[in-house]
Write a protein that binds this ligand. Structure first.
Ligand code: ARG
Length: 461
């Protein structure tokens, strides 16, 4: 049978396979609330502009409320034959209120309708993600404050480099996640313009009020160009880009948790709530949640790529390719929700093994830079020469299989006569981190300041 929506020109219905490739209802039903909200705003505006009668307007509003209630109650008859959420809602509206339903689509196309619905949906997703990131930040800040003075090894090339504090390490992620939030906020600003009223592509001959619908839907204003309004999906790409960058941050922290929980490191222990056992090896505690956060980052990056590639070859304005914009975005939103919450849970629950961290912080001559710095300060030595002196001390200690602090004063003076007892004081990991008070440095006093400042910023937005 020909379609009820465009039957005028069609004698026959679609092939079964056509219906399957064409229908999006299985996934775009997630837009139902935004679709109905958009339709109600459009309808109200049509009445205000005397394009629709108040009586028809009232019927439509009531009918749309009923449709919403049916969907939310789980007894809405979704139909593949009706393609997508827009036609499913409109068709059901027709069953409920009759002819007036057919007037709702005046001065509108599914093209501006779906662009509006999707922007509303992504806006909600951005807001939800921002809330989740705030929660993760709160967890990171608590652990950073608690461990502002906990010494651990800092790494470059995954080789022990210099002692840092655990709090400082957590605060590095606070910075990254804070930038992620600011990227989401930027994306939200640009997203927040309303395409409704662009109609199919050219605008409409009806005297619509686009300012009114934009305002009712919480947009800052209408989009300025109808072709752009129906044909760009950069808002979805920006959401996924910001998500992908955030996912990369989560993935790096996840990777660190995987490394840190291994028997060779034992820097932290994840709680039972965020680990699994092995069905064969009784001793195992696997960091599955961290591994999965790391893995799911691949999906998020993949979804961003998928939509970039869909969009790159499309001439203006709408092409059906753009129906494929939704699944990647939904997957990104769902994945990020899980990954952020799992990360917040792991961070909140993990035990930080202070003793292990301290021992590791001292291993590998991590205070060699401190003795070089001492030579520069106390002996006015050029840094390059001081580096050489410290290197010789390391070589000596390595040969003896001991730490720098285990060398006697006489042994040290044999390498550099200017070295005094005072120099030996800089060799402890505590004195090393305490001395790094430069702006942004790892000293506990700096970390405490950074935590307080980050807490203030978080409270402000
Ligand atoms: N389901 C469609 C989508 O998501 C709605 C827009 C259809 N527009 C059209 N011209 N066929 O893209």
């Amino acid at each position: 049978a020909a379609s009820a929506m465009w039957g005028g020109r069609f004698a026959g219905g679609p092939a079964a396979i056509m219906q399957r490739i064409n229908a999006s209802i299985d996934f775009d039903k997630r837009l139902y609330a935004q679709d109905i909200r958009g339709s109600k705003a459009h309808c109200r505006m049509l009445v205000k502009q005397s394009i629709l009668t108040a009586a028809d307007g009232a019927l439509i509003q009531e009918g749309l409320d009923k449709v919403l209630a049916e969907i939310e109650a789980g007894d809405f008859p979704f139909s593949q034959a009706l393609e997508d959420i827009h036609m499913n809602v409109e068709s059901r509206l027709g069953e409920l209120i009759g002819e007036a339903a057919g007037r709702l689509h005046t001065a509108r196309s599914r093209n501006d309708q779906v662009a509006t619905d999707f922007r509303l949906w992504v806006r909600d997703a951005l807001d939800g993600m921002d809330g989740a990131l705030r929660d993760l930040l709160a967890a990171l800040l608590d652990r950073a404050e608690e461990h502002a003075a906990t010494v651990m090894p800092g790494f470059t090339h995954l080789q022990t480099a210099q002692p840092v504090t655990f709090g400082h390490h957590m605060m590095a992620y606070v910075e990254m996640i804070s930038r992620d939030r600011s990227r989401l906020a930027d994306a939200r600003n640009r997203l927040n313009e309303c395409p409704l009223g662009s109609a199919a592509l050219a605008g409409t001959s009806f005297p619509i009020d686009r300012e009114a619908t934009a305002a009712e839907l919480g947009f800052a204003g209408p989009m300025r160009n109808s072709l752009d309004g129906v044909s760009d999906r950069d808002f979805a790409l920006e959401f996924m880009s910001a998500s992908a960058i955030c996912a990369v941050h989560l993935s790096r922290l996840a990777e660190e948790l995987v490394i840190w929980t291994s028997a060779q490191f034992r820097f932290v222990t994840l709680s039972d709530a965020f680990t699994t056992g092995s069905s064969i090896m009784p001793q195992k505690r696997n960091p599955d949640a961290a591994e999965l956060v790391r893995a799911k980052t691949g999906r998020v990056i993949g979804d961003l790529n998928a939509l970039l590639i869909v969009m790159k070859g499309l001439p203006l304005a709408y092409s059906k390719d753009m129906q494929d914009d939704k699944e990647p975005v939904f997957e990104v939103a769902d994945t990020m929700e899980l990954a952020i919450a799992a990360m917040a849970g792991m961070v909140r629950d993990m035990t930080v093994n202070v003793g292990t961290l301290r021992a590791a912080a001292g291993a590998g001559f991590t205070t060699a830079t401190d003795i070089a710095d001492w030579c520069v300060r106390a002996l006015k030595m050029p840094f390059r020469r001081a580096h050489h002196v410290a290197g010789s001390l390391v070589k000596l200690a390595e040969g003896r299989n001991c730490g720098l602090e285990d060398l006697t004063l006489a042994e040290m003076q044999a390498i550099e006569p200017g070295i005094t007892e005072e120099a030996r004081a800089v060799l402890s990991v505590e004195s090393s981190v305490n001395s790094r008070t430069s702006l942004g440095g790892t000293a506990p006093s700096r970390v405490r300041q950074a935590v307080a400042a980050a807490r203030r910023r978080l409270a402000e937005d």
